[in-house]
Design a protein around this ligand. Sequence first.
Ligand code: ZN
Ligand code: ZN
Length: 339
Amino acid sequence: MRGCVFKEPYKICIEEVPVPKISENEVLVNTKIAGICGSDLEVYRGKRNVKRPIIMGHEAVGVVVEIGKNVKNVNCGDLVVIEPNIYCGMCRQCVKGRTDICENKVIYGITRDGVFAEYVDVPSRFVWKIPNATSSYEDYVLIEPMSCVLRAIRRFNKTLLPSDNVLVIGGGPLGAIAAIILQHMNLNVVVQEVHPTRIELLKKIGIERLVDVSKDKADDDMEKYFGGSKADYVLDTVGNTDSFSQGLKWVGSSGKIVVMGLLGLKAEVEILRLVRETLNIEGSVIYTGDYIDAINLMSNTSLRQKLRKIITSKYKLEECDCAFETAMQGKGLKVVIEV
Ligand SMILES: [Zn+2]
Ligand SMILES: [Zn+2]
C-alpha cells in the first residue's frame, strides 16, 4: 500500500509499505480522507520527537475492510472515524477517567504509524461508526479536532448563558470550529485573528464578530462586541506569549481562560489580579469521551454545512508534500488529503 512517510524535517515522501496485519481485537480501515493537524506540522518541522521513519497523520475517516474475531462494535463496510490517541485504561489517570492524559498513550503519527496511508490497523474500541452517514467523507474529517474543541468548551464549567461573552483567540481550523460551535450555542463569540487572508475566509464561513488585533482599533472593536464588559470565557487556540496576554487582557473577573494551542513559550501572570479577580486558567488536550458528541453534532445539517466550509484545500495522497506546504503557509483553514 502507499503511505506518506516522514523521513526528516521538511522531507516526506510516498512509499510502498506493507498492509498492516490486525490482531483479534483490531480492525483494518481503508482510509478515505484525512486532515492535517497542527501537531502534524510540528512533526514536519522537526519540533516533535517521533520514531523515524513514520507514517504521518491522525485525523481519518475510512471504511472497515477487515475485523478481528473478537470485534463486535463494527462490521466490514461501516464508515468510521478513528480516535487516534490510544489510552491504556489502566494507569493512574485512566482509572480516574482522565484518558486524555493517559501515562501510556499511543498516538497515531507520533508514537506509531499514522493514517496518511491506504490502510490503518486500529483497536476496535478506537473506531467510531458514523450512523446514517451522508455520501461525503469530508463531512466527518473534522470529528477529531471537533472533539478537542468540545472538551475545551466543557472546561468552561458552569451552565453557559446566551449573554456570555466568549473570546476565541486564533482563527485557524480549531478557532474556526470553536467559533462555529459557540455561535451555534447562541453565545456572544468574538474571534481574534491577525492574518488578513484568514480574516476574509472567516467572514465568508459565517464568523460574525472578528477582531484584527494588529489594528489600532482592535480595543474599540473588542469593547463594542462585548458591550463594554469583558469575556466570561477565553479559548486560546494559539498558545503563545501574545495570545496568552490577550487572553489575560480580556478575561473578566471570575472568568476562565482555556488554552488548547500548542505553540508553547512563556507567559506572565499578574498574581495579585489572579487572586483578587479569582481568575481561572486551565489547559486542555485532546478529549475524553467527546467523540460521541462530535458525531452527534455532525448529524445537524446546518451545522455540518457550516463546518464543512472550514476545509479550504484538498490534495491527493501523492501530493502530500504540497498539502503540507499549503498547511504550513497558514493562509487557508483545514487542509485534507484524499487517500
Ligand atoms: Zn488533530
Ligand atoms: Zn492510561
